[in-house]
Design a protein around this ligand. Structure first.
Ligand code: FAD
Ligand code: NAP
Length: 321
């Protein structure tokens, strides 16, 4: 824990309770902490991993306003953290988990901490493919983060699996390091924004394997090859194709980090938190912001906007009797 817990107390507010407890220190949580702390609320952010969330692993962010030349995701996250700390937000970072959680009572408890309001900003994590070899070779050629691991594949051959913005931006990043980047996508059209696809296609060392699914990742000590099939023939070995390579980067979408609040707040069928337009869940004084919410556009700019809105709504609710 950095910073110290508050000491003030009232009937509904036992000693040591915060006004706002934010779970997750990605862009949404950091913006919520900035707004809450700057609004004079005693604010703690609980983060189980490094501060910054998904964007901290992104090489360059080109679409966050205010940075005409682009900005590295880790720089952006560091600045957000610094700004929240400047106004007095304190951070509890690096615990394996948050432990027991009670959101229903007027004084919320999260692990050992108490607060009058909680903002869920736990974002999302990458989905796996669930194919043979993926678990065994994770960290030995199977990766979910090109910015973290791309340098290990300098002048080597890699594949990127997926057809969304993540797959295409990270494949583009890898073209600058790897000798050849094979993009494997299950359809004949990309989901990613067309301008990103155009940029990828203009790189000289990209190969597309459209209408292909990965059915196995092979290798003894490290990744050696991928086995692909046409989606329609995915049960037929005779239609297999094998490509030899050194690394596989998997970008097939995200799962919301909401297992720990299942049954405590309303979730949609994919597990994203349902809120109203000012970020309230159906539980009094519990809010959600960022990628963890059910919504259309998952970006830094929407995450920070929702973090700000969640904190502002919480501040308003707390000031009411
Ligand atoms: P996250 O960034 O997911 O942060 C959530 C935080 O909560 C994490 O730090 C996590 O460790 C923590 N957490 C989770 N569960 C718990 C728990 N139980 N207890 C404590 N802490 C917990 N967006 C853009 O605008 N521009 C881009 O160029 C861009 N590029 C991207 C490239 C890639 C490869 C990816 C994957 C995403 C990209 N995005 C981009 C999307 C952007 O990163 C997300 O929209 C944004 O990070 C969402 O912020 P968030 O705070 O809601 O969630
Ligand atoms: P996404 O948009 O959900 O795309 C996932 C991709 O993986 C899709 O192409 C999907 O195929 C494919 N896929 C899903 N399951 C698969 C499986 N089992 N096997 C093979 N392929 C599979 O996820 P994302 O690309 O990670 O993006 C997540 C969010 O972050 C989006 O909102 C995105 O806009 C945002 N983001 C933004 C930027 C940016 O602004 N530069 C960069 C990265 C991410 P189908 O197309 O057939 O469904």
């Amino acid at each position: 824990m950095t910073g110290s817990p508050p000491g003030g107390a009232s009937a509904e507010e036992p000693p040591g309770a915060y006004d706002i407890l934010v779970i997750g220190a990605g862009p949404a949580g950091l913006a919520a902490a900035l707004y809450a702390a700057r609004g004079g609320l005693r604010t703690v952010v609980v983060e189980r991993g490094p501060v910054g969330g998904q964007i901290a692993n992104v090489d360059r962010v080109d679409n966050y306003p205010g940075f005409p030349e682009g900005v590295s995701g880790s720089d952006l996250a560091e600045r957000m953290e610094e700004q929240a700390r400047r106004f007095g937000a304190v951070f509890s970072v690096g615990d394996a988990g948050i432990g027991a959680i009670d959101l229903a009572s007027p004084v919320k408890t999260v692990g050992g901490m108490r607060a009058r309001a909680v903002i869920l900003a736990t974002g999302a994590r990458p989905k796996g493919l669930g194919v043979p070899g993926e678990e065994k070779l994770r960290g030995r050629g199977v990766s979910y983060c090109a910015t973290c691991d791309g340098a290990f594949f300098r002048d080597r051959r890699v594949a990127v699996v997926g057809g969304g913005d993540s797959a295409v931006t990270e494949a583009l990043f890898l073209t600058r390091l790897a000798s050849k980047v094979t993009v494997v996508h299950r359809r004949d059209r990309f989901r990613a924004a067309p301008f990103l696809v155009d940029r990828l296609l203009s790189a000289g060392n990209v190969e597309l394997k459209m209408n292909r699914v990965v059915v196995a990742i092979q290798g003894e000590e490290k990744v050696e090859s991928l086995v692909l099939r046409h989606p329609r023939d995915s049960a037929r070995e005779s239609h297999e194709e094998r490509i030899d390579l050194d690394g596989v980067f998997i970008y097939v979408g995200l799962s919301p980090e909401t297992a720990f609040v299942k049954g405590k707040v309303d979730l949609d069928r994919d597990g994203y938190v349902l809120t109203d337009e000012v970020m309230r869940t159906r539980v009094p004084r519990v809010y959600a912001a960022g990628d963890v919410r059910a919504k259309e556009l998952r970006q830094v700019v929407t995450a920070v906007a929702e973090g700000a809105l969640a904190a502002t709504t919480a501040e308003k609710d707390l000031s009411e009797k």
